[in-house]
Design a protein around this ligand. Sequence first.
Ligand code: ATP
Length: 205
Amino acid sequence: MERLLKEAKGRIGLFGGTFDPPHWGHIRAVIGAADELALDQVAFLPSPQPPHKHNKVTSPYSNRCRMVELCLPLDPRFRLCLIEENGLPGTTLETILKLRRDGFTEERCHLVWLMGSDSLLDMLEWHKPDELLKSVEVAVMPRSGFPAEKAEARFLQKVTILNTPLIEIAATKIRNGEYSLSEVVPPQVEEYIRKNGLYDVGESS
Ligand code: ATP
């Protein structure tokens, strides 16, 4: 795989998620974040079993990674990072510490953890959120229905709220067949979902 995150160089955005499936909401927001923060690389980090989504059934990790891989040609800055592959590290803080140990040190590169505003509003439930905010810059992409200003004041002081476009797409709604698939995911992801019968998405239009 050519587009794995390998180079600990420049400004690197890290975008963790379930990506079940990756959709235009993720892609457009993260392109906006890369522009606004002048990032050189943006790595998608699919999570095998996100700690705060333990009650949700997700598609197999391999399917979700493949769908992310299919999105990589959409922007030259996009990379895939499989650091969470074997379930360890299990939390975002551990992921950052492992990346630092793997050579992604502050001397060599600047890491920015990217998240949607729904994740910021959930942050109290994250593992050691204050330590996480000390370990890495966090930038937040607004999502409608999740007003960032309602977040804990001590978190708000430490994060950057971005001006990325508001795109009202949620993966849960895709899995529930609430959209026309071709409008919410790139064509190559749509094809993969249909071929593999991943969700109850109806006929192609
Ligand atoms: P689900 O509906 O399954 O919870 P999701 O659409 O929120 O999924 P995830 O893979 O859980 O997608 O999200 C990964 C990251 O992307 C999270 O930080 C989330 O806040 C962010 N994100 C998801 N959708 C959007 C969107 N439309 N705009 C901006 N950020 C988003």
